[in-house]
Design a protein around this ligand. Structure first.
Ligand code: ZN
Length: 88
């Protein structure tokens, strides 16, 4: 079954104006949370997602492990895009 992440909340948790790196914690409908790492384009100011870490509050929604896995990695663009609606 295809996983379909639904972001229900997101907030900026760190923002480094000097190097353009910032981080967002996104809350998903299935109660998982993940931290997204962004790099801001110095020309356009647009943030590009570079990494995603699942915060291990809940078992992984995909493989059900409650430790580190990379399942959500391939959804980072979807999750990042949805998170942006909750920022600013
Ligand atoms: Zn997993």
């Amino acid at each position: 079954m295809a996983y379909d992440p639904q972001v229900v909340d997101a907030k900026v948790v760190s923002d480094n104006k000097k190097n353009g790196l910032f981080e967002i914690v996104a809350v998903l409908k299935d109660r998982n949370e993940c931290r997204l790492f962004f790099e801001r384009d110095p020309e356009t100011g647009v943030g590009k997602v570079t990494d995603l870490n699942r915060l291990m509050k809940e078992p992984c929604p995909i493989c059900r492990k409650d430790y580190l896995c990379n399942c959500l990695d391939r959804f980072k663009h979807t999750i990042a895009e949805q998170s942006m609606q909750y920022i600013k």
